[in-house]
Design a protein around this ligand. Structure first.
Ligand SMILES: NC(=O)c1ccc[n+]([C@@H]2O[C@H](COP(=O)([O-])OP(=O)(O)OC[C@H]3O[C@@H](n4cnc5c(N)ncnc54)[C@H](O)[C@@H]3O)[C@@H](O)[C@H]2O)c1
Length: 328
């Protein structure tokens, strides 16, 4: 069972598991995901939509009970995720939705006696004051406390880690917790309303000059970007080697500024793009990157796809996606 399996990371994981012969079911209310992401190159569904796709809202406990039947493994990826403007304008909604989804999924999975579950936390939950300290070293797992995430989204993801850990520590469920840095790749939301920074930057480059290429803030804020295929690999390894080990960070040790990201995207576009900065827009925390030693030691995980390669693949996907939706 992949909750959120029609989303960005979930659809890539579904595809990987199917290719390895697993029997996969997906639960997603399509708030941001799409059944289109579960089609193969010839447009055929990669799972049986009639039998194995549950279009349900996981804020409702009964729906969670329904989708956990006859399940041995749960990858819990469903949550409300969106770009910074959406998150800051809808804090109570985001917190409540994620708190309900996470709590329902853990309890129903435990009651259904699933053999193992993976939950994903988020690196943006690291304390605000540490992320805004330019001299802060690469983040380690223990840097999460004392807790002070910047946003309600960060708090909801951290509370998910905490609650998942309670089930794991009390022996109610074998669970792994991956704490993801900024994930990018195909099947991400490109819309102006809800997109995160990489899909938004790529959309602006593709649509330029129809849409202005505007960077939010001075562009010196940085993030650790990790390609979706590397994250899928970590999820697979977590099931094998990461159970009951507490949170494990998944990210790169490279801090990429938004200006550097824009440079690469402009280069890939081959266009003569004039960039602008909007200093009135929110930029989030100043920056963070991962010391992923624990992931290496416990899971044998290391990122493989370079930012240039991952961005090129994402750009190609975005061109065809926007064209097929008449949005170029
Ligand atoms: N993308 C990132 O940079 C990133 C970083 C850290 C953690 N994460 C976590 O990874 C997971 C997957 O994120 P993603 O990037 O694939 O985002 P996504 O939005 O593409 O996937 C989340 C999926 O959950 C579904 N969903 C939302 N509310 C739901 C509800 N009430 N009931 C059922 N389904 C619901 C959405 O429709 C979507 O398909 C999330 O838990 C997110 O917090 C993502």
């Amino acid at each position: 069972m992949i909750t959120g399996g029609a989303g960005h990371i979930g659809s890539a994981l579904t595809s990987r598991l199917i290719s390895e012969g697993a029997n996969v079911a997906v639960a997603d209310n399509l708030w941001r995901g799409s059944k289109e992401y579960l089609l193969d190159d010839r447009g055929k569904p990669i799972i049986d939509f009639e039998k194995n796709f549950f279009e349900v809202d996981l804020r409702d406990y009964e729906n969670c009970e329904k989708v956990m039947k006859e399940v041995d493994t749960v990858f819990h990826l469903a949550d409300v995720v969106a770009g910074i403007t959406y998150v800051f304008n809808n804090q109570a909604f985001v917190y409540r939705a994620n708190a309900m989804i996470n709590s329902n999924v853990f309890e129903s999975a435990s009651k259904a006696k699933v053999e193992r579950l993976v939950y994903v936390g988020a690196a943006c939950a690291y304390p605000h004051f540490k992320q805004n300290d330019p001299n802060h070293p690469l983040f380690k797992e223990e840097d999460m406390y004392p807790a002070q995430p910047e946003s309600a989204y960060g708090w909801s993801k951290l509370m998910g880690e905490y609650e998942c850990d309670l089930y794991s520590k009390s022996g109610q469920m074998d669970a792994a917790i991956l704490r993801l840095h900024n994930v990018y790749g195909p099947h991400s939301d490109l819309s102006p309303e809800r997109s995160q920074v990489i899909p938004a930057t790529i959309r602006k480059a593709i649509r330029y000059p129809k849409e202005k290429f505007v960077i939010w803030g001075d562009g010196n804020q940085n993030r650790s970007f990790v390609y979706v295929e590397d994250v899928v690999e970590a999820l697979m390894l977590a099931i094998e080697k990461g159970l009951n080990k507490g949170p494990i960070q998944i990210g790169t040790d490279k801090k990429t500024t938004i200006n550097e990201l824009a440079d690469i995207v402009i280069k890939i576009s081959g266009k003569n793009i004039v960039r602008e900065h909007d200093l009135s827009k929110p930029v989030g925390d100043m920056g963070r990157a991962a010391d992923a030693t624990l992931a290496k030691v416990l899971l044998g995980w290391q990122p493989k796809v370079s930012l240039e390669e991952g961005l090129t693949r994402t750009y190609e996907w975005a061109v065809s996606h926007l064209k097929s939706h008449g949005a170029v």
